[in-house]
Write a protein that binds this ligand. Structure first.
Ligand code: FPP
Length: 233
């Protein structure tokens, strides 16, 4: 089986999973964190090189105060577990998104996770937190304009796709080959808009907390049946 180099995931369905089981939404998110831990391990085991997961979007702040605070508590707890999992599985952790909006202890935890794992050579796990693709592109344009103002960038004609990409959060990592979305919705939800230009999309009805190794393999099998096209012939 041809293992995709880079898998991106929009995890969805934690709330519905909890509702189905008559549990509070926070329990759905807890189960979602456990599924995420397993997915990191499973991708590392399969030899996937990059896994980029949408953990918290710029829109997620609009959820109820209770839900946001439950998510932050889970984030604090699972970040510590992730440190252990990353060390055991040779996983390098990176973050994309604007982490400045989080509490100080969370920012410190994120920095520690990234710093401690930076020399690991297996899977690169990219966690998108307070991430939105439009926000990422807007920040990139702002940084580019500042570089123009300061003279660091002088020739506007040099600003082509590969030049612009350097300003994105994901630089220098490769684009996703496969984008997986759980729980059936056919939306991109402001995720990696630039980077998924040619990614294969796989949507499953499975709710995120139920996404396991068998489901990951189903997605990879479907990917293997695709004939990839990049616009040319
Ligand atoms: C998706 O389900 C859940 C999220 C987008 C946020 C929660 C993310 C995690 C638990 C992963 C770990 C990340 C952190 C920051 C702890 P949903 O709530 O949208 O489900 P629904 O559509 O069924 O209501």
């Amino acid at each position: 089986m041809n293992i995709p180099n880079h898998i991106a995931i929009i995890l969805d369905g934690n709330g519905r999973w909890a509702k189905k089981k008559n549990l509070p939404r926070a329990m759905g998110h807890k189960a979602g964190c456990e599924a995420l831990e397993k997915t990191v391990e499973n991708c590392a085991r399969l030899g996937v090189k990059y896994l980029t997961v949408y953990g918290f979007s710029t829109e997620n702040w609009k959820r109820s105060k209770e839900e946001v605070s439950a998510l932050m508590q889970l984030f604090r707890f699972y970040m510590k577990r992730l440190l252990k999992i990353a060390s055991e599985n040779n996983v390098r952790v990176k973050m994309i998104g604007d982490k400045s909006k989080f509490d100080k202890d969370i920012i410190e935890g994120v920095d520690k996770l990234v710093e401690t794992t930076k020399n690991n050579t297996g899977l690169t796990f990219v966690f998108a937190i307070n991430y939105g693709a439009r926000d990422e592109i807007t920040r990139a344009v702002r940084d580019l304009l500042n570089d123009y103002k300061s003279g660091k960038v002088s020739d506007i004609e040099n600003v082509d796709e590969s030049f612009f990409e350097k300003y994105l959060d994901t630089y220098p990592d490769p684009d996703p080959d496969l984008l997986i979305r759980t729980s059936g919705e056919l939306r991109i939800s402001n995720y990696l808009l630039w980077q998924i230009a040619y990614s294969e999309i796989y949507v499953t009805d499975v709710l995120w907390p139920d996404f396991d190794m068998a489901e990951l393999e189903n997605a990879i099998t479907a990917y293997n049946k695709r004939e990839r096209r990049f616009g040319g012939r």
